[in-house]
Write a protein that binds this ligand. Structure first.
Ligand SMILES: [Ca+2]
Length: 572
């Protein structure tokens, strides 16, 4: 069975032991008692007194009028700045929603309605096929593989990944006068206090002390959530650095006990109930929206959901509601909560001028059980190859629905190529912030796409859990891997054993299922894409601008593959 892994050796303070304490091997676990119910004028510069009183009066009137104009414009601008809510599901496939899959067998009426009232992207991609790197990309507008994380994901005890001096969407919106809040699954690491041990190590977490270097160093005024995926301990709520309750026991469920609802054994706080986490986070978000709707300044809510990732724990009345399996039930529950959130906007009188995004951090995980779902005619990858973790489309082509009644015409679909890193530039354009602001190296504004116009993005670099790359331009996609680069067959080692070519070239317009490798037939296309990838890696950005550094040496060539001769000396 597939399981997320950590690149432990590259991450100071990160131990891979947490993740290798998989429930599959845990000798003891405690089945939780699951309950069915839960839970920005500078005033105009004052001129020195003028000698001519009439002129003085006229000038003062002018200044007053201009000042008033400034104020009224300011008021209008303030009014026109929409609230922004970015909801990101965890491991939800592009095939799991009716708006992005006509053959979808899971009922998602609320997200269908949201799509009908907004715009649906059909060629949108998470920058990575797994959790942590995608989150890095969403917040920074920079491809994740430029960071120190070369592959894999963080654990629940990993130290913070995004340095405080790295610009994020939250910094950008805060500079534009927004209140910024994160509620949900962070999975970008934060720094737990550690208990000094006799051997000089600091391995054990001191839950009595505050958390440092959380989302608050990355531009968020406040945050509430848990550190890793919901199957990674510790199971502890942190409210802007403050741990809400100290864990007094450990809890976990093995996959043998529950193939869908398992989670790794570890410390859990008395106020933390695994089954209640999803409804609890939505309730927290709804309360936050109601509260912020009374304030003058707009708000940004970043809401990364822990679902429908494991533990797959739908509650009543969603248990068995799909007639398929708990995964489909859990997707229905996510849809239901999104309906509640959107209804809250209406009740709070901010529905028309709130820009809501709904997307997923990567494709559906095999934990959703593709085999069972297929017996019901449902494909979470909607006919695309592979799933979560893979370099194939199923790993990173994700649903992206955007709704903003005051700013986006209802009922649109678009085939514009989009990457979740594009949130940064979209927010920069939305708030009229200058292009020279640092950050967002791999971010193109989606604002033109909202109006049916082309964006600046015509290329896409994707990344798998194993660190494999692909580059897309138009319909051509070059995978720098012999296999999936992830979990689906053939995995890299198997692909090499089978003697498969070191790279795969697909024409997505004729072959959306990535079945026919044209790497030997289209050598010029391969050379062109390799050269393009090399340029975008070496420049430290794919957007126009001065070259910048990556945080580490980035290698992307599979063994035995070399760059076209004109590019040989350009890599570092
Ligand atoms: Ca995920």
């Amino acid at each position: 069975m597939s399981s997320e892994q950590v690149d432990g050796k590259n991450l100071a303070g990160t131990t891979s032991s947490t993740l290798h304490d998989s429930p599959f091997h845990s000798p003891v676990s405690i089945r939780s008692q699951r309950r069915a119910t839960r839970l920005y004028w500078e005033p105009p510069n004052v001129s020195p007194p003028l000698k001519n009183p009439i002129m003085t009066t006229r000038i003062l009137i002018c200044i007053f009028c201009l000042g008033s104009l400034d104020l009224s414009l300011q008021a209008a601008e303030t009014k026109q700045s929409p609230n922004v809510i970015f909801v990101m599901a965890d491991d939800l496939g592009i095939g799991d929603l009716e708006p992005t899959n006509p053959e979808c067998k899971i009922k998602t009426p609320n997200l269908l309605k949201m799509a009908n009232e907004g715009i649906t992207f059909l060629d949108a991609h998470s920058p990575s096929a797994v959790c942590t790197p995608t989150r890095y990309g969403v917040l920074t507008g920079r491809y994740n593989w430029r960071s120190r994380l070369a592959r894999g994901v963080l654990s629940g005890t990993s130290e913070h990944l995004i340095p405080a001096d790295r610009a994020t969407v939250a910094h950008l919106l805060r500079a534009a006068g927004y209140h910024t809040q994160m509620i949900g699954k962070w999975h970008l690491g934060w720094d737990w206090a550690k208990v000094p041990q006799a051997n000089g190590k600091n391995n054990r977490i001191d839950f009595t002390k505050p958390v440092t270097n959380g989302p608050d160093i990355n531009g968020f005024d406040g945050y509430y959530g848990h550190c890793g995926s919901l199957d990674m301990p510790p199971y502890v709520w942190v409210d802007t650095g403050r741990i809400t309750a100290v864990p007094e026991r450990e809890e976990g469920v093995t996959s043998k006990e529950d193939a869908y609802g398992w989670y790794r054994k570890g410390p859990i706080s008395p106020d933390f109930n695994i089954d209640e986490v999803l409804p609890h986070l939505f309730q927290k978000s709804i309360d936050h929206i109601k509260s912020r709707s009374k304030e003058k300044n707009p708000f940004f809510l970043y809401l990364p959901l822990p679902a429908p990732h494991t533990p797959i724990v739908p509650v009543e009345p969603f248990k068995d509601a799909s007639g398929m399996n708990p995964y489909a039930d859990f997707v229905m529950q996510v849809d239901h909560h999104m309906g509640e959130l959107l209804e809250t906007l209406k009740q709070s009188g901010i529905d028309k001028n709130t820009l809501v995004f709904f997307t997923s951090d990567n494709g559906c995980s095999p934990q959703g059980n593709f085999k069972v779902l297929a017996t019901h005619g449902h494909d979470p990858s909607a006919g695309y190859r592979g799933h979560k973790a893979d370099i194939y489309e199923g790993g990173h082509r994700v649903p992206l629905i955007v709704r903003w009644p005051d700013g986006i015409r209802a009922g649109q679909t678009t085939s514009a190529l989009a990457c979740l890193t594009d949130l940064f530039a979209t927010m920069r354009e939305l708030t009229n912030q200058p292009l020279d602001q640092h950050g967002g190296e791999d971010s193109f504004s989606l604002m033109p796409a909202f109006q049916g116009k082309p964006t600046g993005r015509d290329t896409l670099i994707s990344h798998s859990i194993g660190g494999s790359f692909s580059i897309r331009q138009g319909n051509w996609k070059l995978c720098l891997s012999a296999g999936s680069g992830g979990w689906s067959a053939p995995r890299e080692a198997d692909a090499r054993k089978q003697g498969l070519p070191a790279m795969q070239l697909f024409n997505l317009s004729k072959d959306r299922g990535e079945q026919t490798n044209l790497v030997n037939e289209e050598k010029e296309q391969v050379a062109s894409l390799l050269s393009l990838l090399n340029t975008q890696v070496v420049q430290g950005r794919c957007t126009p601008g001065k070259p910048v550094s990556n945080d580490r040496e980035v290698s992307f060539l599979p063994k035995g593959v070399s760059l076209p001769s004109t590019d040989v000396n350009t890599t570092k």
